[in-house]
Design a protein. Structure first.
Length: 341
């Protein structure tokens, strides 16, 4: 069966081309990932700002052209889709952005974004049928239509606005939703409602999710498998239970250690001393991307980037600390993933 979306050796370098920088920036470095037609799965891409998460999302959506590699939709390069294929792609692959307020036109009621989706894709033959679809979608994401429709964006909370966007995506019955930091601008008390709405799309409607975040807490709540990015390269990948509870890569351990524990007997403190990161992300960089910050750095780390070492059946780590383990058999991250639960 042809994959729904296949990212093949995606690399994105900014600063090349006509207006060349003297020191181009590598935003994403040789990432391969496949989203199968079935079964529906949830995959999290996690990393700090500048790790390449949003660049990856934009490449998958066709909003940015890769420097090397390609993104294929049902076996066809995004750059070669004809009009009908492009329309089908826009329906089957939806996105939920970070800021729910900027998506809305403040002069329109929130009904507008839902009605536009129905109109643009011909989802209903009559106005009444379209209204029924809107009501069903709102109820599916935990909103009360009578308290939502007819209001302007500023009259809804951030959580409500974001769930309206989830409802809009649901109207199209997509096969994949890319959620780029969907709860980072929402109050902590409302994040659970949006996360529950996204997970319901996966369970009830068979929609796959790529969940992009810097927050390991919501990553753990959301996903089955996780990809940890550091400056455009994969640091660690695999079953979220293993990666979060027993991180192997020094960078992943740093991320986990930066989460304060709600226990006054265990005050938070930085466990690892970090070095200066000047120059990271540039083309002249050699070796491991994390070498300048790693407390376990060795001479070999600065000479050549480590491959992904398969340290367990459903996890792999790009670190020479695990060089006694076999290298991952495939460059596709999916071959390391745990099966959907």
């Amino acid at each position: 069966m042809t994959a729904l979306i296949e990212a093949r050796h995606l690399t994105k370098v900014f600063g090349e081309g006509f207006f060349r920088r003297s020191n181009p920036l590598v935003a994403l470095d040789d990432l391969s990932l496949t989203i199968e037609e079935a079964p529906p799965a949830i995959t999290t891409i996690v990393g700090e700002s500048g790790s390449g998460k949003t660049t990856f999302a934009r490449l998958i959506l066709g909003l940015t052209t890769p420097t090397h590699g390609q993104v294929c939709y049902r076996g066809v390069d995004l750059r070669q889709l004809d009009r009908n294929q492009r329309r089908q792609f826009l329906r089957e692959v939806q996105v939920i952005f970070q800021d729910p307020y900027e998506v809305y036109n403040p002069f329109y009621r929130v009904d507008h974004v839902l009605q536009e989706a129905i109109s643009n894709f011909g989802l209903a033959k009559t106005k009444a049928q379209g209204q029924n679809l809107i009501v069903e979608a709102l109820v599916s994401v935990g909103l009360r239509p009578e308290e939502t429709l007819g209001r302007y964006p500023h009259q809804l909370s951030g959580g409500q606005r974001q769930r309206v966007m989830v409802a809009r995506a649901l109207l199209l019955r997509p096969r994949l939703i890319i959620a780029d930091e969907p709860v980072s601008m929402i109050d902590a008390s409302l994040r659970a409602t949006v996360i529950d709405s996204l997970k319901a799309l996966n369970r009830q409607f068979g929609i796959s999710l790529i969940y992009i975040t810097h927050d390991l807490t919501t990553a753990y709540q959301m996903s089955e498998n996780i990809v940890v990015l550091y400056r455009g390269a994969v640091a660690e990948v695999g079953d979220v239970e293993w990666v979060v509870k027993k991180p192997e890569h020094p960078y992943t351990r740093l991320l986990i250690g930066s989460i304060p524990q709600p226990d006054p007997k265990h005050p938070w403190e930085r466990k690892e001393k970090l070095s200066d990161t000047t120059g990271n992300g540039r083309l002249e960089r050699q070796g491991c991307h994390f070498a300048d910050r790693c407390p376990n750095v060795m001479p070999m780390c600065r000479q050549k980037p480590p491959p992904l070492y398969q340290t367990a059946p459903h996890r792999a780590t790009a670190c020479y600390l695990y060089r006694d383990s076999p290298a991952a058999a495939s460059e596709k991250l999916n071959d390391v993933f745990a099966p959907p639960r």
